[in-house]
Design a protein around this ligand. Structure first.
Ligand SMILES: NC(=O)c1ccc[n+]([C@@H]2O[C@H](COP(=O)([O-])OP(=O)(O)OC[C@H]3O[C@@H](n4cnc5c(N)ncnc54)[C@H](O)[C@@H]3O)[C@@H](O)[C@H]2O)c1
Length: 317
């Protein structure tokens, strides 16, 4: 597999680290508008190949999109970080433009690639890429709520004293503040969460508080280190693994809604099957009426932002 990463910042480099340490691609290309930063990062990574566990993956770095020729998968992490006090719509405008521009350049050299969009707001950026490039719906995935779901699993794992991997649940909707947790499918150790708590001397978890804790988790990290990197990079690697090994994994990635749950015209994180084609299909879950109403409300909120960004940028929606 040939993998590209756009953006040699904190997240892009952390993704490269996962790919190089755990992945089995034959070539990795790191691009950034800051060419020398991208080059320096890959020169640094290159020395790991001298060590016994290091893999001899072909490394290329720079600012030339031609290096992505025939890439199978490209992760987009390039863009601006949110500044203190900056309105969300402003970041959405700036990064949607950047991501569409980048995707159009990638398309010239790797039209068959699967794109994983990480740059925030990742769901919005993925939506505009789908609507402003020749990429097909199945090729464009936002990393969406995979990281938020990982945070949920860790919090519930700590509470129940179980391996977070034995927690089942999803954070869905939009990555960030407009997400929701379908409490009806939350479980631990294969048991419904309330049943598990009742039988293990634990107070039941309050779904609204749990969702708040998940949302807060990202802010708590940001407050301390001014970015978030490891959790999101691991989440992106999880998606890369599902694509590269054609795993048919169900992941809460951001995908274009096209009639799913009665919604159209936004990118939302929904349980979706991910494999070599990228998005294979979206699963329809038997959500409660309240959960469906939450999903519809989030979709409406995103549509409002999409229309504002489209007006500001002239990007098609
Ligand atoms: N989706 C998620 O869960 C999640 C989590 C963390 C961060 N992020 C987002 O990922 C993005 C990157 O975060 P970071 O911490 O790596 O930021 P960073 O500032 O460390 O790195 C961004 C990099 O993008 C490069 N860049 C900017 N515009 C570019 C362009 N037009 N072409 C090529 N390169 C360009 C910059 O030179 C820089 O190296 C941000 O938008 C951030 O909000 C998303």
């Amino acid at each position: 597999m040939k993998i590209g990463v756009i953006g040699a910042g904190a997240v892009g480099v952390a993704v490269c680290n996962y790919v190089l340490a755990l992945g089995n691609c034959r070539e990795l290309v790191l691009l950034d508008q800051n060419k020398s930063k991208a080059e320096g990062e890959l020169m640094d990574f290159g020395h790991a190949s001298s060590l016994t566990f290091g893999k001899n993956i072909r490394l290329n770095a720079g600012d030339d999109y031609g290096m992505l020729a025939n890439a199978d998968l490209v992760v987009i992490t390039a863009g601006a970080q949110i500044k203190a006090g900056q309105p969300r719509i402003e970041l959405a405008e700036v990064n949607s433009r950047i991501c569409v521009d980048i995707a159009q350049k990638i398309e010239q050299h790797a039209p068959n690639a699967i794109l994983i969009v990480v740059t925030n707001p990742c769901d919005l950026a993925a939506f505009f890429i789908i609507n402003n490039t020749g990429y097909q719906v199945h090729q464009v995935i936002s990393s969406g709520c995979v990281v938020d779901t990982a945070r949920l699993m860790k919090i519930v794992g700590d509470y129940t004293g179980l391996d977070p991997k034995n927690v089942f649940g999803y954070i869905l909707g939009e990555h960030g503040s407009h997400c929701f947790m379908p409490a009806s499918i939350l479980g631990a150790g294969g048991q419904p969460i309330d049943f598990y708590c009742d039988n293990n001397g634990l107070a039941r978890l309050e779904p609204q508080q749990l969702l708040e804790d998940v949302k807060q988790a990202g802010y708590e990290i940001f407050k301390r280190k001014l970015n978030t990197t490891h959790g999101v990079a691991a989440s992106v690697y999880r998606i890369i693994q599902a694509v590269s090994l054609n795993e048919h994994s169900v992941l809460p990635v951001g995908v274009l809604v096209d009639g799913h749950y009665g919604l159209n015209g936004s990118v939302l994180s929904l349980p979706a099957v991910v494999g070599r084609r990228g998005l294979e299909r979206v699963l329809e879950h038997p959500f409660t009426a309240e959960e469906l109403a939450q999903l519809q409300q989030i979709h409406q909120q995103i549509r409002t932002v999409i229309e504002s960004v489209s007006e500001l940028t002239a990007l098609a929606c």
